[in-house]
Write a protein that binds this ligand. Structure first.
Ligand code: COA
Length: 332
């Protein structure tokens, strides 16, 4: 038995905000943002929520897989920007798409979220508990961003991506090139001791019995250089570990689908791995950093534009707040 991705979907808000639009809000320029990050524009929600985007991405993934919501057994939404604390976004999605038989819950591993959700579903499915799952990364980061802080507001965008994964028999997973579709290795890690280099507060302790306590900032706060150092060190290290676990080398990989935070981080990872940069597809110029949604949105773009063939070997790798990081080797 193996677990393979049978369909993908994504949903982006309609409104495009360019770097020139950003320069009207804060003291920045198209040149600075492009040079330091590679981002030219991002999508910003004017009405979509994390759950409406997630539901649209799930419906598209089911359609792409030729599956129905009725048969879905597990829904995991990765998000760090839900519109409600209760109920969780996955339950909202379950209700909207009509998947009454699914178990639904959220996880928060920030930008590593989609990868962690995929790995969680994989672990469940490996035990035989569920036969399929909808895995989603959905974010409306625009409501967590301080729109007067030029060092963060230019980086992020809103959107959602989803994948429908299924347990299949080995013979059904056999590809023309002799590889088997499925997950070949998983590496994931966390370093909570460095959590405050990328943080965003919610409500602090507040009740009739508490002394007045300082309320945390409700906006994203980031030490960009610390995050940059962490990503450029940790991402190549965990990708190398995942490749070792799978018993393969960099040259055996067809595409590296990395979290889209910054083009310089992706270029640095490619250099450290001694991998050809043309194997690192990117869309951050058009959508910015959408946290947990970046990997599944990029995967969906590649899938729908015919850039993925069954049997292609992909490395998915993410990093972000927590701090969290991970890499998975999969065969498409
Ligand atoms: N436009 C113009 N100038 C800006 C700016 C902007 N949008 N944002 C910051 N600056 C300024 C700073 O104020 C600073 O000015 P100063 O020298 O007068 O103090 C200068 O640019 C350099 O700032 P610095 O923070 O050193 O820039 P940097 O080269 O580290 O680039 C990031 C900033 C955020 C692009 C970079 O650190 C980065 O990409 N880090 C990783 C962040 C990330 O990926 N986070 C998400 C993880 S999931």
């Amino acid at each position: 038995m193996t677990v393979k991705i049978s369909g993908t979907g994504s949903a982006l808000p309609e409104k495009t905000v360019t770097n020139f639009d950003m320069a009207k809000l804060v003291d920045t320029s198209d040149e600075w943002i492009r040079e330091r990050t590679g981002i030219a524009e991002r999508r910003i929600s004017t009405k979509d929520t994390v759950s409406t985007l997630a539901a649209k991405a799930c419906q598209a993934a089911l359609e792409n897989a030729g599956a129905s919501a009725e048969e879905v057994e597990l829904i995991i939404v990765a998000t760090c920007s839900p519109e409600l604390l209760l109920p969780c976004c996955a339950c909202q999605v379950q209700s909207v798409i009509g998947a009454p038989h699914a178990v639904a819950f959220d996880i928060n591993a920030a930008c590593s979220g989609f990868l962690f959700a995929l790995n969680t579903a994989y672990a469940y499915m490996n035990t035989g508990l569920y036969k399929n799952a909808l895995i989603v990364g959905s974010e409306v980061l625009s409501k967590l961003v301080d729109w007067s802080d030029r060092s963060t507001c230019v980086l992020f965008g809103d959107g959602a991506g989803a994948a429908y994964i299924q347990t299949v028999k080995d013979e059904e997973a056999l590809c023309e090139n002799g590889r088997h579709s499925g997950i070949e290795s998983i590496v994931q890690g966390s370093d909570g001791s460095k959590g405050m280099v990328l943080s965003c507060g919610e409500r602090g302790v507040s009740n009739p019995f508490a002394n007045d306590s300082e309320q945390p900032s409700k906006y994203i706060h980031m030490d960009g250089q610390e995050v940059y150092k962490f990503a450029t060190r940790q991402v190549p290290a965990c990708i190398s570990e995942a490749l070792n676990k799978a018993g393969i080398g960099v040259d055996d990989v067809d595409k590296f689908v990395l979290h889209q935070a910054n083009v310089r981080i992706i270029e640095s990872v490619a250099k450290r791995l001694k991998a050809d940069i043309s194997k690192f597809p990117m869309n951050l110029d058009r959508v910015g950093n959408m946290s947990s949604a970046t990997i599944p949105v990029l995967l969906d773009e590649l899938n729908r534009s015919g850039q993925l063939k069954r049997g292609d070997r992909l490395v998915l790798s993410g990093f972000g707040a927590g701090l969290t990081y991970g890499a998975s080797v999969i065969v498409w």
